[in-house]
Write a protein that binds this ligand. Structure first.
Ligand code: AMP
Length: 293
């Protein structure tokens, strides 16, 4: 099957309207392209739940707070289209920046609360860019379901919040983070790592898991995070932007492990910024563990 490439929103809308008349369920998977198995896992999950799947490809200038990062972002539309055809996506919607942001465009969707802290601190304006473009893409596609990866955990919260707050009639479904065999989370930015850096990169996920173990064995949050930050630097990363424990449901900062949580990290390896996160299950009190045994 080939995947149709659509660039104009009116064309996308008329295809979607025809699908609707047939009573089909429609899913959308927003991406910035340079597709890897992580993206394709979301497309497969979408195909399992919907009759038609639209994958959007738009390298959104307004969410890059660094011009060099935007310029270096891989653009591989031809390969992306072939990958999407091989998994059976129906449409690749790849609008032009000039159509997404025509002259006179002045509207920004800004999500409070969950956008603050973590990447929000280190990438000023990033989540305004994400929230604005995701709102546009969800409204343009008119889909019933939208799929996002847990890899970008804060982004997932931002998207859930804006959909709720703006009453956008779409269900947000999260997919787990896909990893290389050595544990490194798949990312379009991994291709920028040198051989030495690529060798070091999986330590980030290993350290996250070690820190989770420490937290689960009753270590204080502050101490576990301090140890974790030190370990990341000792592994050859040049800078740790953050290593933080946040509540799984609303990203509230946690100083004790009193509810299901996420451990989130952003760190630089040379010129490449990597982010990752893992689940931290709530440790059951010893009494409850004995009772369950
Ligand atoms: P991006 O192209 O980086 O904007 O990512 C598009 C979507 O794919 C987002 O919802 C990401 O969270 C998701 N994604 C990126 N990397 C992974 C991964 N390793 N596993 C699962 N989903 C991912």
């Amino acid at each position: 099957m080939s995947t149709a490439i659509v660039r104009i929103v009116s064309e996308l809308r008329s295809i979607v309207a025809a699908w609707r008349r047939e009573g089909l369920k429609i899913a959308v998977v927003p991406t910035m392209g340079a597709l890897h198995e992580g993206h394709l896992s979301l497309v497969r999950a979408a195909l399992a739940k919907a009759d038609r799947v639209i994958v959007t490809l738009f390298v959104n200038p307004s969410q890059f707070n660094n011009a060099a990062d935007l310029a270096a972002y891989p653009r591989t539309e031809h390969d992306d289209a072939a990958k999407l055809a091989s998994v059976g996506a129906h449409i690749l919607y790849a609008p032009n920046a000039a159509d997404m942001y025509p002259p006179g465009f002045v509207t920004t969707v800004s999500v409070g609360g969950v956008s603050e802290g973590l990447c929000g601190t280190f990438r000023p304006g990033h989540f305004d860019g994400v929230a604005t473009v995701v709102t546009k893409l969800l409204l343009q596609s008119g889909a019933d379901l939208a799929f996002f990866g847990e890899k970008d955990f804060q982004q997932l919260h931002v998207v859930r919040r804006l959909v709720r707050d703006l009453d956008i009639p779409i269900e947000i479904i999260a997919g787990p983070t896909l990893r290389e065999a050595d544990g490194l989370a798949l990312s379009s930015r991994n291709t920028r790592l040198s051989l030495t850096e690529r060798h070091r990169a999986p330590r980030l996920a290993e350290i996250l898991l070690q820190t989770v173990k420490q937290l689960s064995s009753g270590e204080s949050v502050e101490r576990a995070l301090t140890e974790g930050r030190k370990a990341i630097l000792a592994a050859g990363f040049s800078k740790v932007e953050y290593l933080e424990l946040r509540a799984d449901t609303d990203l509230a900062s946690l100083v004790t492990m009193d509810r299901p949580a996420r451990l989130l990290v952003a760190a630089w390896l040379g010129q490449t910024r990597l982010i990752d996160n893992v689940e931290v299950p709530l440790r059951r009190p010893a009494v409850a563990q004995q009772a369950a045994a």
